[in-house]
Design a protein around this ligand. Structure first.
Ligand code: NAD
Length: 495
């Protein structure tokens, strides 16, 4: 196993300097062992105010927002290089804070580097239009940075999800205040430290303040000096953010929860569909917004498919993420463990059939961490809590269906609309289901296809707006119309 990092202490990053918080410190612990990993800031409203002021002053100065796009692109490219160089050491800390397997941590950091690289190019492709060009009457439509942006991030993929916000914000010319999730404040600050070393980025462009969501997070979202909130987290918090942001009609971007359906037709490539279905729910111990947490299997293949599914899922190697053999780590915290076990109990109480797992692991070293077995419920009814609510743990609900119409009906029977998978060899089936499901992303004969070029976001209560791709960049820009009348007097002044 790779060497663990020593326990590190991170203050807040404000106006280009590291500053001690005025509210004390919070301990970050490894969810696999309970060992101390880092100490991060328990910030106060006063700390936060300094960060907002730094971001506001720098934005208003134009030192970043008025830079040439090629200069902003250069800075983003240098950030990409730093992150690629730092991947190995950062991946250990990411695993220590989240519990995810080291290979997944490396993948996440490389994904973030890829996103920053994409936005380095995108910075040079912010183009306006001239929709009216008639004699002396000319209209310019241009895009300008939104301003000071609050970037509020969850713990499950803290660096890649931050890069989805930071990349377009910086490309657009905005300044930011980052509010990391408590469990992953250490890795976020280490990432910010790395970016802060890049030359050409004025102090106050990137600020990061750690602290509780319901105090520091909500103060940030309410602040009249903040122009936009880009939030990723639960639908419940997203709803509160929308209300708080109304104070000064901030622009709001919400990436929230999911309960995605993975639909398997009887003509699918079975081996690929089984592997994909298993990992779409159990990767990251089910703590992915786009997890395929509802598996819909056509009734004609249900028994054989589920027998193979259970056999693959029961062989998943659970353990400490630093062990290269580990395929699934613990859930993030004791409170998440209680939440997941509460849902498992609710599934049993409501009469669903537990056909795999269902227990916390407590033998040997497992007892020190928050490990839950891959868990499968069959015989699920659509009004059960385990079918309707986002569990965010390694718990799967399985239902049979007869045809395309029923699959679409079941898939859409949720308040969420983030993602989904369809497995079939029939183009007609694929198109019917793709068009029928109300979701922001649909993967066909695959699960996940990471890449910064395409937009990601939710229908229904899975969110508002889009991240990544050029759609993600537009969220950090506003549109201005400049209407020109080229008069005689204009000509005289010019002469
Ligand atoms: P969360 O909503 O509890 O917290 C997210 C962030 O918001 C954290 O930084 C938290 O400190 C902050 N926060 C909490 N209360 C706040 C408040 N009142 N005001 C301002 N900020 C506040 O979510 P979580 O438990 O960290 O993350 C898991 C959730 O994130 C899941 O629901 C998951 O589906 C969702 N998620 C969505 C996506 C997506 O792209 N749609 C991606 C990853 C995770």
């Amino acid at each position: 196993m790779p060497a663990k990092n020593e326990v590190k202490v991170y203050g807040n990053y404000i106006g280009g300097s590291w500053v001690e918080p005025s509210g004390g410190w919070v301990e970050g612990r490894d969810p696999a062992t309970g060992e101390l990993v880092s100490r991060t800031a328990k910030s106060t409203a006063e700390d936060l105010q300094h960060a907002i002021d730094a971001a506001r002053t720098t934005f208003d100065s134009g030192d970043w927002s008025s830079k040439r796009p090629s200069d902003r692109a250069k800075t983003l490219r240098e950030m990409t290089d730093r992150l690629r160089e730092g991947t190995e050491s950062l991946s250990v800390l990411l695993t220590l804070e989240t519990g995810k397997p080291l290979a997944d941590s490396r993948g996440e950091l490389l994904n973030a580097a890829n996103v920053l690289e994409y936005y380095a190019s995108a910075a040079r492709h912010i183009v306006g239009r001239v929709p009216r060009y008639s004699g002396t009457d000319i209209s310019l439509v241009v895009h300008e940075p939104v301003g000071v942006c609050a970037l509020v991030v969850p713990w499950n993929s803290p660096i890649s999800l931050l890069s989805w916000k930071l990349g377009p914000a910086l490309a657009a010319g905005c300044t930011v205040v980052i509010k990391p999730a408590g469990y992953t404040s250490g890795i976020t600050m280490e990432f910010v430290k790395l970016l802060g070393k890049v030359e050409g980025i004025p102090p106050g462009v990137i600020n990061a303040v750690a602290g509780p969501g319901d105090s520091v997070g909500s103060e940030l979202v309410r602040s009249p000096k903040v122009d936009k909130v880009s939030f990723t987290g639960s639908t419940e918090t997203g709803r509160k953010i929308m209300e708080m942001a109304s104070s000064n009609l901030k622009k709001v971007n919400l990436e929230c929860g999911g309960k995605s359906a993975d639909i398997i037709f009887d003509d699918a490539n079975m081996d690929a569909a089984i592997q994909s279905a298993v990992w779409s729910i159990f990767r990251s111990a089910g703590q992915s917004c786009n997890a395929g947490s509802r598996l819909l299997v056509q009734d004609t293949i249900y028994d054989s498919f589920m027998a193979s599914f259970r056999s693959v899922a029961s062989a998943i190697r659970i353990g400490n993420g630093l062990d290269p053999k580990t395929e699934m780590g613990p859930v993030i915290s004791e409170s998440q463990l209680k939440r997941v076990m509460g849902f498992i109990q609710a599934g049993e109480d409501d009469g669903a059939r537990l056909t795999l797992g269902g227990k916390r692991l407590l033998e040997g070293d497992f007892a020190k961490g928050f490990f839950v077995q891959p868990t499968v419920f069959e015989g699920v009814e659509r009004d059960m809590r385990i079918f309707q609510e986002e569990i965010f743990g390694p718990v799967l609900c399985v239902l049979p269906f007869t045809d395309e119409d029923e699959a679409i009906r079941i898939a859409n029977d949720t308040k969420f609309g983030l993602a989904g998978d369809v497995w079939s060899r029939s183009l007609a089936r694929i198109m019917k289901v793709s068009q029928g499901i109300r979701t922001g992303t649909l993967w066909v004969n695959r699960h996940l296809n990471p890449g910064p070029e395409v937009p990601f976001g939710g229908y229904k209560q899975s969110g508002l707006g889009r991240e990544t791709g050029m759609d993600g960049l537009m969220e950090f820009l506003q549109t201005k119309h400049i209407s020109l009348q080229l008069t005689d007097s204009f000509d005289r002044v010019r002469r």
